[in-house]
Design a protein around this ligand. Structure first.
Ligand code: PEP
Ligand code: MN
Length: 373
């Protein structure tokens, strides 16, 4: 992860100024893609009926990984969205990737624009959109770039802000990665958390649909976003998910979406301060105690590594003993699993521990070597 952004406060308007609803979470829902007029209108009506969505989304121009997939219906979809809005009163949002998309979306009175993950990665494209937005007043949501780079995400937000737009929010939709994962795009929660820590003024939405890529994980990811205090959610909803023309596996019906939102536990951020303080203080003390012990134990462990370094030097054997390392990895992974730690955490922890141990042993061997010369 690359994190090196400036933490100067950005001129972003509080969301309550441009999104006048106190719904929690603020929900943006609608199909991955507008497919037919009937599908857009029916989705909007059913979303309206469940009364959870604040904004109707639909992809009009679709960025597809491979050519010859469905690439969106284009401008006509904007007419369907305008009709859906007239029918339900739901304001609308679409993805824009070029100046021409911006022009057409404005022409058809779309209420909010969003910039997709594949566009946020490219400063030229983001700048083209920013230039097309000069002198225009419309909220813009900026999805994270596909790669885990906080600066690139912030850079896109800044480019839009410099065009004179201050109604801006970020959307966390996960990051591409190599290797196996249950997610389509890894959440890497530390990145939106860093964004929030550096810029609390930027509202953050979570897009569980593109993080999960499958329906069964949506609730847990949406819940995590709520637990982290995110402002809202963007979730794809389709009247016939299995037959959707894009992202079929991750879409849910408006009724399932309603159920999902009703199952979310929304933590009360305004609990009486003294109760929060007392409880938190108690937990923090316990954490302090445990961390102190862990660090003491790690210090003890390194002292043993030093002794091993001396022993290996004396016996003239190499620092790296592969069989021993493999055995450590295997036994510790099993122990970790038993206490509910994730494989990813254990692997990273053991790798760091091993590196530090090797560093310690190398230092011992070299210093002893110097002394004996
Ligand atoms: C989408 O929202 O349909 C989409 C294409 O998302 P992303 O830019 O996150 O891939
Ligand atoms: Mn999609």
């Amino acid at each position: 992860m690359k994190v090196n952004p400036s933490n100067k406060t950005l001129q972003i308007s509080p969301i309550s100024q441009w999104w006048p609803t106190n719904q929690q979470p603020l929900l943006i829902a609608g199909p991955c893609s507008a497919e037919t007029k009937e599908q857009v209108l029916q989705t909007a009506l059913r979303l309206k009926k469940s009364n959870k969505s604040a904004l109707l989304r639909a992809g009009i121009w679709k960025p597809r990984t491979r050519p010859n997939s469905f690439e969106g219906v284009g401008e006509i979809g904007l007419e369907w969205l305008a009709e859906a809005k007239e029918l339900t009163g739901l304001p609308t949002t679409v993805e824009v990737a070029t100046a021409q998309h911006v022009e057409l979306a404005l022409k058809h009175k779309v209420d909010v624009l969003w910039i997709g993950a594949r566009t946020t990665v490219n400063p030229f494209s983001v700048q083209e959109i920013a230039d097309a937005l000069k002198g225009v007043s419309i909220p813009v949501l900026v999805k994270n770039p596909v790669n885990p780079d906080l600066q690139l995400w912030l850079g896109a937000i800044e480019r839009i802000m410099h065009a004179g737009i201050h109604s801006i929010a970020a959307i966390h939709r996960g990051f591409s990665f190599q290797g196996p994962s249950i997610y389509r795009n890894k959440p890497m929660w530390e990145i939106p958390i860093s964004l929030k820590a550096l810029h609390p003024e930027i509202p953050i939405f979570c897009d569980p649909s593109h993080i999960c890529g499958r329906r069964d994980l949506l609730l847990s990811v949406a819940q995590k976003a709520m637990d982290l205090g995110m402002t809202g959610l963007m979730i794809e909803s389709h009247i016939d998910p299995d037959n959707a023309w894009s992202d079929a596996k991750q879409q849910i019906t408006p009724e399932t979406l309603q159920e999902l939102i009703e199952n979310l536990a929304i933590r009360n951020t305004s609990a009486p301060q003294d109760i929060v303080d007392q409880e938190l203080l108690k937990y923090r003390k316990e954490i302090d105690y445990i961390d102190e012990k862990i660090i003491e134990l790690l210090g003890d462990r390194m002292k043993i590594a030093e002794a091993i370094g001396e022993y290996k030097k004396e016996k003239n054997i190499t620092i790296l003993q592969l069989d021993r390392w493999k055995e450590i990895m295997q036994t510790r992974s099993e122990w970790s699993k038993e206490v509910g730690l994730t494989d990813e955490f254990t692997k990273n922890y053991l790798e760091q521990l091993h590196k530090e141990s090797i560093r310690t042993q190398t230092r011992v061997m070299n210093s002893k070597g110097d002394m004996t010369i």
